[in-house]
Ligand binder design. Structure first.
Ligand SMILES: Cc1ncc(COP(=O)(O)O)c(C=O)c1O
Length: 446
C-alpha cells in the first residue's frame, strides 16, 4: 500500500525515513557529492520514482540522462538476468567474452562515419574522454587540446582540466593539464555585440583560426573536444556553422575531432547521436550514461587508424567493458529499435517545447527556451533585456517542484537553466503532469 503522496500532491521533504537516512548520509558521505533533493529512492520504474516514505515523483532527471530507456527497463533487466547465469566479471585482458565484441560491432555500425573503427571501453563518461584524449595524443604525437567555455567533460584530473566551470568543479583542484586551450562556445543567447547565432558561430570559429597565428601552432594540437549540445553548460545548441567550422579546422590542420556524446547522445535529440543534427562526422565519439541502461559502461569509438598505433597494454582496465554492462547495452539498442524510441524523442520533444513556449509567454523570467528533441533547456533571467541570470529563482522553482513530486535539475554557466532529462519512455500523462507541476512552481515563486 502506498503510504505517501502521489505526484502532484504536496509532501514533506524529506519524509521521516529519508530524514533518518540523511543523518547517516551527512555523517559518512562528503557534502561535495551533490543531491537534487534530500530523499532516498525505494524503487523506480520507467519515469517514476517512489521514495522510502512512499512518495511518488515524476523523474525529469533520468539519473542525469543515464536512463533514456527508463528505470528498470524490462528488456534490459532480462538481458542482465540472462548474463548473470554465466559470468559476472570477465576481464577481457584475461579471458575474452562475446558481449564485449557484439557491443563493439553494434556501436561501430550505428556511429557516424563509414570508415573502419574500433571501440575502447571504460566505466564512466570521464574515463571515456580520457581514453579519447590518450589515443588522439598518441596517434598525432602532439599534446595540445582545444576545448570550450562552458564545457563539462568529467571530474578526473585530465577531464577536469577540460571542464569549464570553476565553481564547483575546478576551484582548488589544480593544476590542470598544460596542453589545454579554451575558446568561446557559440552560446547564441548570450552572443556579444548583438551578433546573430550564425554570426557568433562564425566569430567563434575565426577566434580559433586566428589563434593559430598568434597563440599556438596548429601542428601542436592533437584534438578539438566538444559537446554538440553543451549539457552542464546550459543545454546550449550551437549554430550549425560552428560545428561544421570545427570539422573544417580539423580537416585543414590534421587535428582529431572528439565528439562528447556522454549526456546528449543515446537518442535524446531524436537521433541516436546529437552530432547527426549538424551533418558532421567526428573522428572519435564518446558515449556513456544511457548506454548501459543504468549499469556503468562507456565506449570510445574511434577511427581505426587512430587506435591501431596504440601499443599493447596502452588501453584497458580491470572492469572496462564488464560483461553484464555489455549485455545490458545490447538490450538498450534492441529496445530503441523495438519501441521506435528515436521517433518518440522527437514527438515528446515537441510536446514539451509547445508547453514551454506557452510558459514563456506567461512568465517573463523565462528568457530562452531551446533544444533539439528531448535535449531541452529553459534559461531563466531577472530581466529579458539585461539577461541577468535568475539563479536563486531557479533554485526556488526546483524546490517547489520537488515538494509536488517532480524531480528536476538545473544547469548552466550561472545555474539558471532548467533542464529536461526525463526517460524517453515517460508516459504522456506523466509528462504533462510534470509540466503542470513546473508551471505551477514558476507561478508560485515569481
Ligand atoms: C558531456 C559530459 N561528458 C562527460 C561526463 C562525465 O561522465 P561521468 O559522470 O560518467 O564520468 C558528463 C557527466 O555529466 C557529461 O555530461
Amino acid at each position: 500500500m502506498n503510504r505517501g503522496r502521489k505526484a502532484g500532491e504536496k509532501r514533506k521533504i524529506p519524509g521521516t525515513r529519508s530524514a533518518e537516512l540523511l543523518v547517516l548520509r551527512n555523517k559518512f558521505i562528503p557534502q561535495a557529492v551533490f543531491q537534487v533533493a534530500p530523499v532516498f529512492i525505494n524503487n523506480g520504474k520507467g519515469a517514476l520514482i517512489e521514495d522510502v516514505d512512499g512518495n511518488q515523483y515524476i523523474d525529469f532527471t533520468g539519473g542525469i540522462c543515464a536512463l533514456n530507456i527508463g528505470r528498470c527497463n524490462e528488456l534490459v533487466v532480462s538481458g542482465i538476468r540472462e548474463q548473470l547465469n554465466y559470468y559476472l566479471h570477465g576481464n577481457h585482458n584475461t579471458v575474452m567474452y562475446e558481449p564485449y565484441i557484439k557491443l563493439a560491432e553494434k556501436l561501430i555500425e550505428i556511429t557516424p562515419g563509414q570508415f573502419p573503427k574500433q571501440v575502447l571501453y571504460s566505466n564512466s563518461g570521464t574515463e571515456g574522454i580520457e581514453n579519447a584524449v590518450k589515443v588522439a595524443r598518441h596517434h598525432k604525437g602532439r599534446y595540445g587540446l582545444i576545448c570550450f567555455e562552458g564545457a563539462f567533460h568529467g571530474r578526473t584530473a585530465l577531464a577536469m582540466g577540460l571542464t569549464s566551470q570553476v565553481k564547483n568543479f575546478k576551484h582548488g583542484f589544480g593544476p590542470f593539464d598544460p596542453g589545454i586551450h579554451r575558446f568561446p562556445f557559440a552560446y547564441s543567447y548570450r552572443a556579444p555585440f548583438g551578433l546573430s547565432a550564425d554570426e557568433y558561430g562564425g566569430f567563434c570559429i575565426t577566434k580559433i583560426e586566428e589563434s593559430f597565428k598568434n597563440y599556438i601552432a596548429p601542428d601542436e594540437i592533437a584534438a578539438i573536444i566538444f559537446e554538440p549540445i553543451q549539457a552542464e553548460g546550459g543545454y546550449i545548441v550551437p549554430p550549425k556553422n560552428f560545428v561544421k567550422g570545427l570539422r573544417k579546422i580539423c580537416d585543414e590542420n590534421d587535428i582529431i575531432l572528439i565528439d562528447d556524446e556522454v549526456q546528449v547522445g543515446m537518442g535524446r535529440t531524436g537521433k541516436m547521436w546529437a552530432i547527426e543534427n549538424f551533418g558532421v562526422i567526428p573522428d572519435i565519439l564518446v558515449t556513456a550514461k544511457s548506454l548501459g541502461g543504468g549499469l556503468p559502461i562507456s565506449a570510445t569509438v574511434a577511427r581505426k587508424d587512430i587506435t591501431e598505433s596504440i601499443p599493447i597494454g596502452g588501453i584497458g582496465g580491470t572492469f572496462s567493458g564488464n560483461p553484464v554492462s555489455c549485455a545490458a547495452a545490447l538490450k538498450v539498442f534492441e529496445y530503441f529499435d523495438q519501441e521506435n524510441l528515436l521517433q518518440r524523442a522527437t514527438y515528446l520533444g515537441k510536446i514539451v517545447m509547445n508547453r514551454l513556449e506557452k510558459m514563456k509567454e506567461k512568465y517573463s523570467v523565462i528568457g530562452d527556451v531551446r533544444g533539439i528533441g528531448c535535449a531541452i533547456g529553459v534559461e531563466c533571467v531577472k530581466d529579458r533585456k539585461t539577461k541577468a541570470p535568475a539563479s536563486g529563482l531557479v533554485s526556488r522553482i526546483l524546490k517547489a517542484c520537488t515538494e509536488y513530486g517532480l524531480m528536476i535539475m538545473y544547469c548552466g554557466h550561472y545555474h539558471n537553466v532548467i533542464r529536461f532529462m526525463f526517460p524517453l519512455v515517460i508516459k504522456e500523462e506523466e509528462l504533462q503532469l510534470g509540466l503542470d507541476i513546473l508551471d505551477n512552481a514558476i507561478k508560485s515563486v515569481i
